[in-house]
Design a protein around this ligand. Structure first.
Ligand code: NAP
Length: 251
């Protein structure tokens, strides 16, 4: 009798949850959904096992894959989770486990968008025009690289509060998820007099409403481009990732 396949999903995104739920629906497999364990109240997929915490680097990740005899790894971490993706790519190569990166397609500027594309967070810091009133929508972990810009005003929106509170009077932390509609995002921008958004090009639908809002009210976006990661294999939709996963476990 064929053994039940084991699939590891590296998660932490909405696309990862959607993929996990759909995979559990269509494939009789043991599915483990892995989270770094940083978010205190993460949203979880419904019918798969969840594990928390880092693996301890490439060798330890390779050992973890071999011990549980994972048949495939679907890396659906955020496209800016560089360390985890690089570790997974190398470890999968070392232990000969099939690897797939699943991320949303990056956003492309549309007519009416005013984007200044920058390669890194540090470039975003240097390219902020003095006097800007900024919606900083890059998550809480990396917000502090903007501390040096005390000539700007920041509304930092993050799902969990900044660990250091409001570090100065030009910093305000809004603990919230991205707005549910473009109108909600326009209201937020206008009520704080925001005249620039700093965003990562995550490609996620849920984060796109602020980009639409910026277009509607004609404010620029400093768009941080994705890190260059040497993915051996990448797909952009749940359906394609399901097909790939089924192919890996058709023993
Ligand atoms: P990172 O810098 O690539 O990872 C740092 C370390 O955290 C990794 O080396 C690994 O520890 C551990 N880790 C990361 N993702 C993990 C996962 N899914 N399961 C188990 N361990 C994991 O990642 P990050 O940017 O801090 O992101 C952490 C998590 O938040 C990821 O799950 C990501 O999908 C999610 N997220 C990130 C962003 C972002 O902008 N970066 C935005 C939204 C959500 P070891 O080396 O010990 O294995």
């Amino acid at each position: 009798m064929a053994r039940r396949p084991n699939i590891l999903i590296l998660g932490g995104t909405r696309l990862a949850r959607e993929f996990a739920d759909e995979l559990a629906n269509v494939l009789d497999a043991s599915i483990v959904y892995s989270l770094a364990g940083i978010t205190k109240t993460p949203k979880l997929p419904h019918s798969v096992s969840v594990r928390y915490g880092g693996f301890g680097g490439q060798d330890a990740f390779g050992d973890f894959l071999q011990k549980t005899r994972f048949d495939a790894v679907v890396d659906a971490t955020h496209p800016f989770a560089r360390q985890m993706s690089e570790t997974a790519i190398e470890a999968c190569k070392a232990v000969d486990c099939p690897y797939l990166s699943l991320v949303p397609q990056p956003w492309e500027p549309q007519p009416g968008d005013h984007w200044l594309k920058v390669a890194t967070l540090e470039d975003a810091v240097t390219n902020l025009p003095s006097g800007s009133r900024v919606l900083l929508a890059i998550g809480r972990k990396q917000a502090e690289v903007f501390f040096v810009r005390n000539d700007c005003w920041f509304l930092v929106r993050s799902i969990e509060a900044l660990e250091y509170g409001n570090p100065a009077c030009n910093w305000h932390n809004l603990t919230d998820w991205p707005g549910q509609s473009t109108e909600d995002e326009i209201k937020l921008l206008q009520s704080h007099g925001i005249n620039l958004i700093v965003s990562k090009n995550s490609g996620a639908l849920v984060s796109y409403r602020k980009i639409e809002a910026a277009r509607e009210i004609g404010i620029p976006v400093l768009m941080i481009e994705r890190p260059q990661i040497p993915y051996p294999n990448q797909l952009f939709t749940v359906n394609d990732a399901i097909t790939w996963s089924k192919d890996q476990v058709s023993f």
